[in-house]
Design a protein around this ligand. Structure first.
Ligand SMILES: [Zn+2]
Length: 284
């Protein structure tokens, strides 16, 4: 005789069944058991605690020299605007103006699209508008760059605090700083590459700026007028009968079922041809 004893499974012992490293592949930093934060939340959290630039990786000693900062700023502006900006106050002001104008042009496009289709800009549209907004809130692109640099390197603030002051995100602060640092490094090494386009004098600046200024509204299209031809005789006085119009072409002023004004090809006997002259006519 066999006795089969059925026992319930032993309760798991506390602390043994929990694998501390079970999420090690996903995020090796903290586990929810410790912090009480879910892993999904933690992944999208901002948890950088060190101050933004100075201590950990890049050496920002160049940022304490005003002349260098000005050159770096000019290089940054050149790279953002695809125009060589010299490190003079005049050129930097011009860069601010140019960036602002570009932003306005983009905004006007979105606004026009909204008026026409009643559709808000897409995520990409909003994201492309963001740098212009940030610069505008800071009072210009140069002030945006300088504000970030000044606060992080001289005031030693962290990226989150700087981001609040500059009304952008901490990621933007760190990215801008890193970019500036690399530009400074390139400038020191003499390997910095600038855009080829230059604006030397005031007229060149105004010309370049005018490319982005809103253009004057186009003349409204001339509306075609329907000229009735009840007799059906060709209006060039050749005496032939014209055909009835087979298809509505409102933009030409032609209405289906009515007599056409001219026989095919007879318009040129009365009206001068408009539009671009043919090549043969130009040569003669
Ligand atoms: Zn005719």
């Amino acid at each position: 005789m066999t006795v089969i004893q059925v026992l319930p499974p032993a309760p798991p012992r506390r602390g043994v069944s929990f694998d501390r490293w079970q999420f090690a592949g996903r995020t090796a930093r903290a586990s929810s058991a410790r912090s009480g934060i879910s892993h999904a939340d933690f992944a999208s959290m901002h948890v950088h605690r060190h101050s933004a630039g100075a201590p950990h990786r890049n050496d920002y000693s160049w940022a304490h020299n005003d002349a260098t900062v000005r050159e770096v700023l000019a290089a940054m502006l050149s790279k953002s605007l695809y125009v060589r900006i010299q490190p003079t106050l005049e050129d930097i002001r011009f860069a601010d103006k140019l960036f602002e104008t570009k932003g306005q042009r983009l905004f006007e496009r979105f606004h026009k699209y909204w008026l026409r289709h009643r559709v808000v800009p897409s995520w990409y549209g909003v994201e492309s508008m963001r740098p212009y907004d940030q610069a505008k809130l800071a009072g210009g692109l140069s002030k945006f760059f300088l504000g970030i640099l000044y606060r992080t390197t001289r005031l030693k603030l962290e990226s989150v605090t700087v981001a609040e002051a500059m009304q952008c995100t901490p990621q933007v602060v760190r990215r801008v700083l890193d970019k500036m640092h690399h530009v400074a490094k390139d400038l020191a090494a003499g390997t910095c590459r600038f855009p080829k386009r230059t604006v030397a004098d005031e007229t060149a600046k105004q010309e370049h700026l005018a490319k982005y200024l809103p253009k004057p509204p186009k003349k409204p299209m001339k509306q075609p007028v329907f000229v009735p031809n009840p007799t059906g005789l060709c209006m060039c006085n050749c005496g032939q009968m014209t055909e009835r119009i087979k298809q509505n072409e409102k933009w030409k002023g032609r209405i289906k079922g009515e007599f056409s004004m001219f026989c095919p090809g007879h318009v040129s006997r009365v009206k001068k041809p408009t539009g671009r002259p043919k090549k043969a006519a130009v040569a003669a």
